[in-house]
Design a protein around this ligand. Structure first.
Ligand SMILES: Cc1ncc(COP(=O)(O)O)c(C=O)c1O
Length: 488
């Protein structure tokens, strides 16, 4: 397998054509089309090839069987979960990073300094000191696990690295609102505390209530428990709500509890004039998660964790085996303290390149504008929902809008409304015109749009609403027919 430059260029041009075609035609295709069942069966059952194929054959197969079936992210009317389109420079950065193929565990090579540069950018963006330390990780879940691992190390009051949680004199506690992301609970379980250690703090308008938090911590301390950390959220996945970070930070300081802020989704709103002040309070956290692969348009996977006390982060994770120790090697070879001492991963990819190139392509001002435009578009959507007789707005914040179809003029049980909206969502997703996802608000099923897409326009919002009205009214008529025939 030689590295013939002409052949590499030839294959590269084929790949670039595929990328250009994919990205430029996405908007003309159905937002989502399911993988045909026979293809899905074939894909999962095909054995590994014994003989190699040519790049042309491999790319043909990609064009026919892979490229036509994305989940829809990148399409201007895809507003499911928190999935954004990829910035073009981020796409190419992935190929360049793979061409260099460094391990970013550490060492004196350019990829390491690029990650340090990106960390520095985020330190400045979030108001963290130079003594803090960050890492690029796979996403918000890994960022949360990494941060809470440091919280465990610092706040458990025992030598958790040597003894684990065995022999802990008191039960531990973590605090989260019901709107907090499930990854925090998963991390707490994985860190050995058990989900019983999580105390759910009530909310006010989807935001954690700091007075209730204060009371909960005081009660737990009185009951002999040891609080470890509060997980607050700056941009909840359900409704885009931002917890009152300053008031929560005061509570944490009073009780000497770690404050982790999950800004995985909402963090980039700090770059907008409107949200800058509210999100500047994130600077008071002990750790923060922010996902470049969400609202900063870096291709997945790119998460980021930042820990105020960089030394504590190193002390929580550093375990340097002899084959990595710089015995006999100078700093000119080994460079700065290794990233692998600050997290769980040893071999690490060159994620920094796509983050670096994407931020360079947009500039922080460009990122701020894109986020602000998404927020404005979400407000337009919320306004149109409010004006509509057969739609009900349940919640909206940042670029999330939660709403549902209601049958105007006729009474409907809550269960019937949930069932109609469930069917509506599925038909919308399969219909190819738009892609929303769902959540629960107050126990009710709602449609949820999260606009993290710089291609989306008001026209796309109008088209999505037309589809909702169209499918919703068909389903409502069908439901009414069924209930009238069911009546004696
Ligand atoms: C607020 C929030 N936190 C954490 C996560 C988890 O991030 P990831 O899926 O990148 O692990 C998400 C994902 O949507 C999120 O919205």
């Amino acid at each position: 397998m030689s590295h013939n430059p002409d052949e590499i260029r030839r294959i590269g041009h084929l790949v670039v054509d595929l990328i250009a075609d994919h990205l430029s035609t996405l908007a003309d295709e159905p937002v989502f089309r399911p993988v045909p069942a026979d293809l899905a069966d074939r894909l999962v059952a095909t054995p590994a090839p014994i003989d190699g194929a040519t790049p042309d054959e491999i790319l043909r197969e990609f064009r026919e069987t892979v490229e036509p079936y994305p989940f829809g992210n990148g399409h201007p009317r895809f507003w499911g979960w928190v999935n954004s389109p990829p910035a073009v420079m981020g796409v190419f950065a992935d190929a360049l990073a793979a061409a260099m193929n460094p391990s970013c565990a550490g060492g004196n090579h350019a990829a390491i300094y690029l990650e340090r540069e990106v960390i520095h950018w985020f330190q400045e963006m979030l108001g963290f000191p130079a003594s803090s330390m960050g890492l690029l990780v796979s996403g918000g879940s890994m960022a949360t696990l990494t941060a809470l691992g440091v919280a465990r190390h610092v706040k458990s009051g025992i030598d958790v690295r040597a003894a684990g949680l065995r022999g802990a004199p008191r039960p531990f506690r973590f605090y989260q609102s019901p709107e907090g992301h499930s990854c925090a609970r998963k991390a707490i379980e994985l860190l050995g505390f058990g989900s019983d250690a999580v105390r759910i703090v009530p909310t006010d308008e989807y935001r954690m209530d700091p007075i209730a938090l204060d009371r909960a911590i005081a009660e737990d301390v009185d009951a002999g428990m040891r609080p470890i950390a509060v997980v607050a959220t700056a941009g909840t996945v359900n409704t885009g709500a931002i917890d009152p970070i300053a008031a929560i930070a005061d509570v944490c300081a009073r009780h000497n509890v770690w404050l982790h802020v999950d800004a995985a989704y909402g963090g980039p709103a700090i770059l907008t004039d409107e949200y800058h002040t509210a999100l500047a309070e994130v600077a008071r956290a002990d750790s923060v998660a922010l996902d470049p692969h969400k609202w900063m348009f870096v291709p997945v996977e790119a998460g980021f964790v930042l820990v105020r006390d960089g030394d504590a982060m190193r002390s929580a994770y550093s375990l340097v085996p002899p084959y990595i120790r710089s015995l006999g090697s100078s700093n000119a070879v080994m460079g700065l303290p290794w990233f692998s001492e600050y997290g769980f991963q040893q071999t690490r990819g060159f994620r920094a390149l796509k983050v670096w190139m994407t931020i360079k392509q947009f500039g922080l001002a460009g990122h701020g504008r894109a986020v602000a435009e998404n927020i404005a578009l979400a407000r337009y959507l919320a306004e149109r929902v409010r004006e509509s007789r057969d739609l009900e707005l349940l919640a909206s914040g940042l670029s999330v809008v939660c709403f549902r179809y209601v049958t105007s003029g006729t009474s409907q049980t809550a269960d019937a409304s949930d069932s109609l909206n469930r069917r509506l969502l599925e038909q919308l997703q399969l219909g190819g015109e738009t892609f929303l996802t769902s959540t629960e608000i107050g126990g009710r099923f709602v449609l949820r749009a999260c606009i993290v897409n710089y291609h989306s326009t008001r026209n796309d919002v109008d088209r999505m609403l037309d589809a909702v009205h169209h499918v919703g009214s068909q389903l409502a008529t069908h439901q009414a027919d069924q209930s009238s025939t069911a009546r004696p």
